[in-house]
Design a protein around this ligand. Structure first.
Ligand SMILES: *Cc1c(COP(=O)(O)O)cnc(C)c1O
Length: 421
């Protein structure tokens, strides 16, 4: 069981909404720091441990600064994400550049920042050499194919577009060494939002065994294993989160059994967690603005899937509470919906909830990762802003809501006015 809480009372929300009208995202700095501390305590003893926070999960430089303060690096997948990391003062090897189908300019940007480039394909060895040069330190992403099962979000590894096959990766390292690479990392990310501890330990074991095989077959010594992201969070109250210490113990056990006897220790351990770090520490705060009774009962919110797309995209569950009615019995069944002209714009389908009055604050939980980040402007919807509840208790706006001006800013007004047809 995981208790679903929200850090502000209904009265505090009423006051906050006078300054910042709903909808908005609220992130809890204290919660993020506590979580980061637990990750550091669980994994900090591994050699060269770095958690590269997956920037895509919560691409806000204020949050990245908080995480950098906890010693975290960044995992970036595009030029803009590299800029975000740089804005937060994260540089050099603290950045993993794990991208795919990468344009040449993005490889150059990663090289200029000294980021660790994590290649996604064998052909990118040549491509990188031509466009940016082979750096001293380089990493490759492994796709185990049918050797490992996947899950609903990423899919089966053999159907996933990412990474090198086993054969390719065994050829890649000697080739990279020949082209001048002197230090090599190995990476895999094979599942997303996976709550099974055994699954993640198994991924570590798979990478450790591959590192040993690479050394035996090619003579190339792998310097670090990056286990990727994908650690799940308990979206449903009945879910149980991953115990970091237990996970670290499982990985340590595999390390002792595989890495140490092969003479590969110290092998650095890196991770790229996004969701697990900030997911539970963010909420989408909305208000109920309409109730509609047709064949089903609907609650219409002032937010839409343009603010939070996971339920529509993956059928993902996000827990919903109503401020001030946390302990009220769930007496009604609603589809909780947004205003897009898209019938899958539903935050919840046939959800049991307390009676909802118009104007009530409807809180959507576990929206701190892959939430606003996935927002979009379809239907001319403007994405909402982001607030940070700081450790001291004060609330600051860390991104304002979009305006119509932002939406039109990519159009050239003069050209438009002169465009007579
Ligand atoms: C998305 C992603 C992550 C982060 O995944 P989470 O599920 O948020 O932990 C890390 N690494 C790569 C390569 C990714 O694509």
């Amino acid at each position: 069981m995981t208790e679903k809480t929200f850090p502000l009372s209904k009265e505090q929300l009423e006051e906050l909404a006078l300054r910042y009208p709903t909808p908005f995202y609220l992130y809890d700095e204290g919660g993020i720091r506590k979580n980061a501390g637990e990750i550091n305590r669980a994994f900090g003893a591994f050699p060269g441990f770095i958690e590269h926070f997956a920037v895509k999960a919560l691409p806000n430089p204020f949050i990245l600064k908080i995480l950098a303060g906890e010693g975290f690096g960044a995992d970036c997948s595009s030029h803009t994400e590299l800029l975000l990391a740089e804005m937060a003062g994260i540089r050099g090897e603290k950045i993993m550049f794990t991208s795919n189908e990468t344009p040449a300019g993005e490889y150059r940007a990663a090289r200029d920042l000294g980021a660790v480039i994590n290649l996604d394909d064998f052909t990118h060895i040549d491509y990188l050499e031509r466009h940016a040069g082979i750096p001293d330190l380089i990493s490759c992403r492994y796709n185990p194919g049918p050797l490992k099962s996947g899950n609903a979000i990423i899919g089966k590894p053999e159907e996933a577009k990412y990474g090198f096959t086993r054969e390719q990766i065994l050829k890649a390292y000697p080739l990279l060494a020949e082209k001048g690479a002197r230090r090599c990392g190995l990476h895999a990310m094979v599942a997303s939002n996976e709550l099974s501890l055994a699954y993640h330990v198994e991924t570590a074991r798979m990478l450790f065994e591959l590192a040993v095989e690479i050394k035996e077959k090619t003579g190339v010594r792998i310097e670090f294993a990056n286990l990727g992201g994908g650690v799940g969070i308990p979206y449903r109250p009945e879910d149980r989160g991953v115990d970091y210490r237990e996970l670290a113990r499982g990985i340590e056990d595999a390390y002792r059994k595989i890495v140490v006897p092969a003479g590969l220790s110290p092998l650095g351990i890196r991770i790229e967690w996004g969701r697990a770090v900030t997911g539970p520490c963010g909420w989408l705060v909305t208000r109920a603005i309409h109730r509609k009774s047709i064949y089903r009962e609907y609650i219409g919110l002032d937010a839409s899937m343009a603010d939070l797309m996971r339920p529509a995209l993956y059928g993902a569950y996000h827990h919903i509470t109503v401020a001030g009615k946390e302990n009220a019995p769930p007496t009604e069944t609603f589809d909780v919906v947004g205003s897009l002209c898209e019938n899958n714009d539903k935050f919840a389908v046939q959800r049991r909830l307390p009676k909802i009055d118009m104007g009530d604050f409807v809180i959507i939980h576990d929206a701190g990762a892959h939430g606003r980040a996935m927002g979009f402007n379809y239907n001319g919807k403007l994405r909402c802003g982001e607030l940070l509840l700081q450790s001291g208790g004060t609330i600051v706006q860390i991104r304002r809501p979009e305006t119509a001006g932002d939406y039109f800013s990519t159009l050239d007004k003069t050209t438009l006015d002169n465009f007579k047809r």
